[in-house]
Design a protein around this ligand. Structure first.
Ligand code: 76R
Length: 274
């Protein structure tokens, strides 16, 4: 798609969330063969994007009245992300998709995961293993594998096809007496443990992708949640509100709730049909 040398991250992928409103007034005055050609153009573009290496695109029908259609793009090259964004915006015709909101962030590993040293100490002090034992060596090896997989999944995620999706930007608070960034690392890590333990209760019900955007976009993270049921989204976001990390230190942007749908189904179900 582009001739320029790739702009890859040191690690991880570029992530773009794109939300548009369909200008139905402009759309409806188009002759029906022009509308069909426009829909075909967007479908072909999405298929082309899906076939690019290290690239995933998800298509959403947005429930919130502030947008109609949304895309989530993950890719390894920023030039590709940029060129796809321009193409998507124009795909149905110059005046049809009006951008409502976009968010750029990158996949990242967590600063707060347990280090091998910490795990080794806990094997000795909590489990009672001797550092010379074969059980200890086996547990460390398993830990290494687990952490490697965990980092890979965070940096190079395989996006789920779960039908309900919720996206919102989030920033950690920087008030005078409530500044996340003035807390010592150990305190932050401790607070994140509480956050993680709530999150883990939603295994199988919520899949989340937390992507970092400090210095790249207006907030510090993009939160993308997937579920099979809207109730689970409401439930986790509500429960997290009571957790210190969110209750004391989180500020949120606008929420975009949508259904993950193949483009054809979007066209069939929306006023773009016909
Ligand atoms: O324990 C672990 O393996 C991972 C722990 C973990 C980290 C480090 C984790 C677990 N998250 C982490 C980081 Mn999370 N997360 C959010 C939100 O609406 C709100 O109140 C908050 C939005 C949700 C819903 C959520 C869900 N998380 C982060 C960060 C980066 C913080 C930083 O680096 O300072 C943010 C901004 C953030 C926000 N989190 C989980 C979840 C869920 C469901 C889990 C469990 C995932 C799992 O174990 O599979």
């Amino acid at each position: 798609m582009t001739e320029k040398p790739a702009l890859r991250l040191k690690e991880g992928w570029h992530v773009l969330h794109l939300f548009y409103r369909v200008q139905f007034g402009q759309w409806e005055v188009l002759a029906s063969d022009r509308r069909s050609a426009a829909k075909m153009k967007l479908s072909v573009l999405v298929q082309e994007i899906q076939s690019l290496p290290f690239t995933q695109i998800l298509t959403f029908s947005i429930i919130s009245p502030r947008a109609d259609i949304g895309f989530m793009l993950l890719t390894d090259d920023l030039h590709i992300a940029n060129s796809i964004e321009k193409k998507l915006s124009l795909s149905l015709g110059a005046d049809i998709l009006a951008p409502v909101f976009s968010y750029y962030s990158v996949t990242e590993r967590s600063e707060y995961t347990t280090s091998e040293e910490e795990y080794a100490t806990s094997l000795v002090t909590k489990v009672g293993l001797s550092p010379e034992s074969s059980e200890f060596a086996k547990a460390i090896l398993e830990f290494r594998h687990r952490m490697q997989k965990y980092s890979q999944d965070r940096l190079y995620p395989n996006m789920p096809d779960w039908p309900v999706v919720c996206f919102y930007p989030m920033t950690k608070r920087k008030a005078v007496a409530q500044n996340w960034y003035l807390l010592p690392f150990e305190k932050r890590k401790d607070l994140m443990l509480g956050h993680g333990s709530i999150g883990r209760r939603y295994v199988g019900r919520i899949r989340q992708l937390i992507t970092g955007s400090t210095g790249l976009d207006d907030a510090e993270w993009g939160i993308t949640l997937f579920a099979h049921d809207v109730f689970e989204i409401k439930s986790i976001v509500y429960e997290m509100r009571f957790d210190a990390v969110s209750a004391q230190y989180a500020d949120f942007g606008q929420f975009y709730l949508g259904l993950q749908l193949p483009l054809d189904d979007y066209f069939k179900g929306s006023s773009c049909n016909g």
